[in-house]
Design a protein around this ligand. Structure first.
Ligand code: FPP
Length: 249
């Protein structure tokens, strides 16, 4: 079909890949006079709801920012609570994710992780490897600048080993060294809690993503909030730097 300018009333394809910065757990708890950990616990429930809704809506890839490289600067008790929640999430929910044909992928730095956490993340990937439903990409111990630095280091190692020439390192070639090169770039990135920043999340992959910021704190996020963000995404015209609107990716 020849490309043409988008016209009013045109249907824009629903996003294939949605990425979410789950923010506002602490504020949700503070507003209720509860400890921050209660916000994180309710955040896990919101995560369960969202994974279910994403599958039902027909999203192919859902990436969640579950623990950032910068989160290590939080108080030790909160870090240990977040690690405990991840352990429990994998132990309690992995079987159900697998039953629902979800494939789990993990991005982020694995070296130096607590060995048990490392094993659980690996187990989640191994168990669900053959599933062909929703791909749940868990960004854990993740920072985008660190991911890009890792990619540059791997490419440099290949250059040093004589496997590739320096001039072969184009943007497309470097992208193949990122943590999950086969996962398409996110069409839509949602951040909850009203903050309007990427905070070192998917900086490379976000080059053409639509960003939608919602005021809802993460523990209150549900299918309706997700659908509203998708409606906003569908209203936008995506140009990918060109003049002609295209849909999907
Ligand atoms: C932001 O809230 C959220 C996080 C730092 C982590 C997100 C974690 C979960 C949703 C639960 C854990 C789930 C897994 C699978 C590990 P915040 O604490 O920054 O909130 P605030 O900005 O209001 O303080």
């Amino acid at each position: 079909m020849p490309e043409r300018d988008a016209a009013p009333g045109d249907e824009v394809a629903a996003p294939r890949h949605v990425a979410i910065i789950m923010d506002g757990n602490g504020r949700w708890a503070a507003q209720r006079g509860l400890p921050r950990v209660e916000g994180h616990r309710r955040g896990v429930e919101a995560l369960r709801r969202t994974v279910r809704a994403a599958g039902e809506i027909g999203i192919a890839y859902l990436t969640i920012f579950s623990f950032s490289s910068e989160n290590w600067s939080r108080p030790p008790a909160e870090i240990s609570e977040l690690m405990g929640l991840l352990r429990r999430f994998i132990r309690n929910d992995l079987a159900e994710l697998h039953r629902n044909n979800v494939r789990v992928r993990v991005i982020g730095e694995r070296v130096d992780l607590d060995p048990e956490i490392g094993r659980l993340l690996q187990e989640a990937e191994d168990l669900t490897r053959a599933n062909d439903g929703l791909v749940l990409v868990v960004a854990f111990n993740y920072g985008a600048r660190q991911e890009i630095a890792r990619a540059a280091r791997r490419a440099a190692e290949d250059v040093a080993a004589g496997k590739i020439r320096p001039e072969a390192i184009t943007a497309e070639a470097l992208a193949l060294y990122l943590d999950a090169p086969d996962v398409p770039d996110p069409d839509l990135i949602i951040r909850t809690s009203g903050e309007q920043r990427l905070s070192n999340f998917l900086l490379w992959q976000a080059a053409y993503s639509e960003l939608v910021f919602v005021p809802t704190n993460w523990p209150d996020f549900d299918r309706t909030t997700l659908e509203n963000a998708i409606t906003e995404y569908c209203r936008r015209e995506r140009r990918f730097g060109g003049l002609i609107a295209r849909t999907g990716s």
